[in-house]
Ligand binder design. Structure first.
Ligand code: FO1
Length: 314
């Protein structure tokens, strides 16, 4: 008699922002079957521009896992050309957010499919299948969530803050508009419930991970499964490798160190992985009831990235 097919168990679930998460997912894929990895991806950076829906974190991760990412820029596709942006700039159009000619095909495809009634989850699955990405990428929600900032220069959308102002303005408040009313997809909740380990990537806690945690259901699962949750600190020696995590931690009143990251994730994580440079902070973190693992967390060198993946999985 044929046995009933057993339910697929997605063993690892990774809460993910953009570049740092993409690198960690890539390294994890070298250590374990990528089909057993699910990434739950932030969508609060997403924007609609020129009528196109652009999902920077989903794109950065899928391009990286497909080996198509533009390493110099840190976003977009490699071998890119910019003819459309040049013509657009000539017309006086919005060329401040640069969409390469190749990259544009992704946004055109996604926008048309959304227009036809597909969800962001559907489109992500289709694009990943096309590129041969084996890690399962799940937008945390198919509802609209957007990070917005009150700053010294007034109200800014995420990409106005990040790209136009190059995250170089003082932030007074961050809002995740729509997050509280958004519904996590059933696949997201199932992946969080059924995996054996939840990993928080070394993404920006305040603008990449927090908007995921704010979607109802997500934070409470982490609280309940705290002992199975491992976060990787994005702060090394009091600074972020990339982006405004250090600056935003300070502006939002958190200590700018891995201790501050431990405080931010208190109640949600059982273990924090910190860089060797911060080994001296281990006792302070343990005093908060959080286990500490010390290793190299800088993933620019693939050998270091592999070691980090092994520590996270061990
Ligand atoms: N980042 C930039 O600094 N400048 C850009 O013009 C830009 C365009 C862009 C287009 C598509 C895309 O998926 C990402 C893009 N990014 C750009 C990166 C991105 O906006 C940010 O790095 C993330 O949102 C932060 O995680």
């Amino acid at each position: 008699m044929l046995s009933k097919p057993s339910k697929v168990l997605f063993v690892i679930t990774v809460l993910s922002g953009g570049v740092g998460a993409a690198r960690l997912l890539s390294a994890l894929s070298g250590e374990t079957d990528p089909r057993e990895i699910t990434a739950i991806v932030n969508v609060a950076d997403d924007l609609v521009l020129h009528g196109l829906t652009i999902c920077p974190d989903l794109d950065t991760i899928s391009y990286t896992l497909a080996g198509l990412n533009n390493e110099e820029l840190g976003w977009g596709l490699r071998g890119e050309s910019w003819r459309v942006m040049e013509e657009l700039a000539d017309l006086g159009g919005a060329a401040w957010f640069r969409l390469g000619d190749r990259d544009l095909a992704t946004h055109l495809y996604r926008s048309q499919r959304l227009h036809e009634g597909a969800t962001k989850s559907d489109v992500t699955r289709e694009l990943c299948a096309h590129w041969g990405v084996k890690v399962r990428l799940l937008p945390v929600t198919n509802d609209e969530v957007s990070s917005e900032f009150e700053t010294e220069v007034g109200h800014l959308t995420f990409q106005q803050y990040f790209v136009s102002h190059q995250h170089n303005v003082k932030v007074e408040r961050i809002d995740f508009v729509g997050a509280r009313k958004a519904r996590a997809t059933p696949e997201v909740l199932e992946a969080l419930e059924e995996c054996s380990r939840i990993i928080i990537a070394p993404s920006n806690p305040l603008i990449s991970i927090d908007p995921i945690l704010e979607v109802p259901g997500v934070r409470s699962i982490l609280e309940r499964r705290r002992d199975d949750v491992v976060a990787v600190s994005p702060i090394i020696n009091g600074a972020a490798l990339k982006g405004p995590a250090d600056r935003l931690l300070a502006e939002m009143g958190w200590e700018v160190s891995s201790v501050g990251v431990a405080d931010f994730y208190e109640g949600l994580i059982g273990t924090l992985v910190i860089d060797e440079a911060d080994a001296a902070l281990s006792d302070d973190i343990r005093a908060r009831g959080i286990n500490v693992r010390v290793t190299t967390t800088i993933m620019a060198d693939p050998a270091n990235a592999q070691r980090l993946a092994q520590v996270v999985l061990s």
